[in-house]
Design a binder for this molecule. Sequence first.
Ligand code: N0T
Length: 530
Amino acid sequence: GGVFGTAPAHAQEVPRIVARDGRHALLVDGAPFLMLGVQANNSSNYPSQLPLIWPTIARIHANTLEMPIAWEQVEPVEGQFDFSFLDTLVAQARAHDVRLVLLWFATWKNTNASYAPEWVKRDTGRFPRMRKADGSLHYALSPHGRNTLAADKRAFVALLRHLARIDPTHTVIMVQPENEAGSYDLARDHSPEAERLFQGPVPAALTRALGKPAGTWTQLFGKRAEQFFQTWYVASYIDAVAAAGKAEKPLPMYVNAALGDAFSDEAGDVGPSGGPNWNVIEVWKAAAPHIDLLAPDIYKRDPAEVFAILDKYARADNALMVPEIGNAQEYARFLWPVLGHGGLGFSPFGIDGTGYFNYPLGAKTLDDATLAVFAQPYRLLEPMAADWARIAFEHPVWGTAKGAPEGYQSKVMGRWKISTRYGQWQMGDESWSKWTKVDRHPAADLDIGGMVAAQIGPDTFLLTGNNVRVHVSLAAAAAGEQGQLIRAEEGGFVDGKWVTTRLWNGDQVDYGYNFTDRPVMLRITMGTYR
Ligand code: N0T
């Protein structure tokens, strides 16, 4: 309990991820937590940048900051640790009532050794790079480097040990060991040891997990053999780092994927070899039991790709969490289907006020219109983040966004069908242009808008979204049966209980439920008559 004895008894509980009936929750202080995140830019991990970051976080109503902690920064001299930035970060996050996710930039940062300390970077003998087939050096550190693993692990252990000491109230809720691990331009190491392992049998732990017979990598995995081999060793390496860190403080840990093709691995576009791309989720699960979830970094702008990715990572054995998504306006709408897939968190990349913009991956600049589309839903959800997380853990949820492919634009939930339209005025529809002039809606040409629904009872739904019109109708009416709206309540959660502020009726419901740029939460109760 706190100084005044008012803190709940479970406040000291270490965050953890729980699963039930194929749904997941991230428990923080013993209760479900929805991470409304932002990720800082790569080089924002210094005290000088923090004053630029907190106002930006407040402006977009995020409740969590994902921040790099660099190996080079905490162990500039071998064996001498400096956690002063972490101390400053945690203290300031607490003062701003923001939670933290730490990103351990170490052996692999976008596959590079760039964030390893100088004493690692310069010593290829002790800390080997991968070798190409011709024996020359590839840029990435090898997952077979035992000294590298031991050194990375030691630093990570020191980090988690320090955290266990300075953060008893768990301002830090999750840790991401490494960043977009794997290797570009070379599928696996060709050092003598790696060659020997590649010619040998696939480890029994993996064949067992995949239900495969014994065999070599090539026999079992054909043209994906080198990727699967590299994945096994990268995942085992990161698992060893994570396991050692968890022994100091058992925080949830996840890895992030630089994705390849969203639909197929046939052509070999699988992101960096060894990373947690969707086509090797099973390999990662077998190799890395200390990793709580595999997470997609989303920089695809085509909604069909985004929905394919969400489907692939939201699994009964893998909670969905999106630790990076582009910060351009058109990505903001994907918050809704992330929530609709039971997502534990969402975090646009590079919203931190430092003036760096990663276009063409994200926004050219973070202007007011761009920040607004991220801020609107966060502003709504922030006060009810715990409520939403609890509801999504206990009830069916579904979400969609403008441009969603066929099959993702509407959903049957129980006997009701939820459907969506975009670019509509709040009254009427296109057919009205037959008798009155109807201007094109300004949002009709923008890639914004989406919604999420939770079915909290057979005929009762929570609905919210922005820049969308939602319709709820009987999915399949029996003869003579008509669906009707009984009640549409605008409101929200106060102390875990729904509180109605007004009813929507008349124009506000006659043409569907219009969620504009002022997101509100509705609880609607449907019924039938004959
Ligand atoms: C992300 C971010 C940061 C042909 C990019 C995305 C972050 C890392 N990498 O700003 O560097 O640390 O996780 C890589 C996406 C590559 C797309 C290439 C398209």
